[in-house]
Design a protein around this ligand. Structure first.
Ligand code: ADP
Length: 450
């Protein structure tokens, strides 16, 4: 087992990793920018190192500074969390070159899944159903119109290097295609330094359903059921739940089995998420994330498996925690991502939290790094914390969620709490009847079911 882990992240996920390290008896090193000197992860870690000024590129993305921090503290492994360097294959290789363990998948798998065109080809090869689309990238030499006609409009132009919903444009009709191609390609070039794009059938009312997987890197792999992340704004998840309100145990076992088998064939190492769109009873692969995800607690609540702790154990050479047959889905869980944003315009609202009272009671979990008097810096994401609720079934979970949302107090900054309080009382949500465009339509004041 590792002796000392450097946590190359900030905010709630840094604290989440720290908790797993404490339980395993592993010493922790926090790193922070000058803007995060007062952060909770810095206060609670055994040691801390300032790695640079506020801008992420100079601190949390600064590989030489992180290596120096490992060197001076004697850390033997690095946990990258999510975002920042978590899906940077080069970072994983550089750590290996310095005899440091990267707590994550093999570099080759990060690289493969980081290119969505390659990822889709791999998925297809491994027997995972994919969204109909162009076979590879669509460049100036290709007849994009012919490919789009064959797929059938509407089509979605997507960036090969995409992430966070950027570099994605819908072409409803033939007239929109050229514009969508150039906009998506320019956006991708600006955001990721890679202009490659591909085409996909645009599904009009799918749900986003993702399968959590865990592999030992030696051909052993499990699936831990699904999360339904269909409530999204600008392709970003807002509310996640598991199990999906619409998936039968048979459908779960079928798609979960396909994913677990694919991970066994790849000899995948660590945690991962295989994302699908689900429409009319069919699954369509869109991408795989090779890291711990923001919404991982939903799976932890319904399987009672600590994903971050298992991720660390497996990175140190440990075995899978159980067999597939031993995994049981227990009750229901919902996670709300509470952001410091105006609940109507979604404009970020950084500032000082003047009053803070986290909710408690049976089945209620808060993953957050804020405290009363904490100043949310303007440089990073606007996540205040995640409220995760568990119940023995969905109605009980919703009941506890409404109660917890009414109890939580976050004053001094605007938050998205009023949105969640309203959502938890909406009849479509209570019935579990929603798809990936529901939330945008609801926010626009349109009837969402059409
Ligand atoms: P990113 O990596 O930017 O998050 P994804 O491929 O994971 O991109 O897609 C993010 C979201 O965009 C999905 O959850 C879904 O809401 C929407 N989306 C992606 N592909 C399609 C598609 N083919 N049809 C309709 N919506 C899509």
């Amino acid at each position: 087992m590792f002796e000392k882990i450097l946590i190359a992240n900030r905010g709630e996920i840094a604290l989440r990793i720290l908790r797993a390290c404490k339980e395993l008896g592993i010493a922790t090193v926090a790193v922070h920018s000058t803007a995060d000197a007062d952060a909770m992860h810095v206060r609670l870690a055994d040691e801390s190192v300032c790695i640079g000024p506020p801008a992420s590129k100079d601190s949390y993305l600064n590989i030489p500074s992180l290596l120096a921090a490992c060197e001076i503290t004697g850390a033997d492994a690095v946990h990258p969390g999510y975002g920042f360097l978590s899906e940077n294959a080069r970072f994983a290789e550089i750590l290996a070159d310095h005899n440091l363990k990267f707590i994550g998948p093999k570099a080759e798998h990060i690289r493969l899944m980081g290119d969505k065109i390659e990822a889709k080809k791999t998925a297809k090869r491994l027997g995972i159903p994919v969204v109909p689309g162009s076979d590879g990238g669509v460049g100036p030499e290709d007849d994009a119109m012919a490919i789009a006609r064959e797929i059938g409009f509407p089509v979605l132009v997507k960036a090969a290097a995409g992430g966070g919903g950027r570099g994605m444009k819908v072409a409803q009709t033939e007239a929109d295609l050229l514009m969508a191609l150039s906009t998506a390609s320019n956006e991708a070039k600006a955001a990721f330094g890679d202009a490659s794009v591909y085409l996909e059938k645009y599904l009009t009312k799918p749900r986003h359903i993702e399968i959590q997987v865990l592999g030992d890197g030696r051909g052993g792999a499990l699936h831990l059921g699904e999360r339904d992340c269909s409530l999204q704004r600008r392709h970003q998840k807002v509310w996640e739940e598991g199990p999906s309100p619409i998936l039968s145990p048979e459908a779960r076992a079928r798609i979960g089995g396909v994913c677990a088998k694919a991970m066994q064939d790849m000899q995948y190492l660590g945690v991962g998420t295989i994302e699908f769109l689900y429409e009319d009873g069919e699954f369509y692969f869109i991408e795989m994330n090779t890291r711990i995800q923001v919404e991982h607690p939903v799976t932890e609540m319904i399987t009672d498996i600590d994903l971050v702790l298992e991720q660390i154990r497996i990175a140190a050479g440990g075995d899978l925690p159980c067999t597939q047959e031993e995994i049981n889905i227990i009750g229901h869980s919902i996670e709300c991502r509470i952001n410091a944003e105006n609940p109507e315009t979604f404009r970020p609202s950084p500032g000082t939290i003047t009053q803070y009272h986290p909710p408690g009671g049976l089945g209620v979990r808060i993953d957050s790094a804020v405290y009363q008097g904490y100043k949310i810096p303007p440089y990073y994401d606007s996540l205040v914390g995640k409220l995760i609720v568990h119940g023995k079934n969905r109605p009980e979970c919703l009941m506890r969620l409404r109660r917890a949302l009414d109890e939580i107090v976050v004053d001094g900054v605007e938050t998205t709490l009023p949105l969640f309080r309203a959502l938890a009382r909406e009849s479509d949500i209570i019935e579990g009847d929603y798809h990936i465009h529901w939330l945008e339509q609801y926010l626009a004041g349109k009837p969402a079911k059409t």
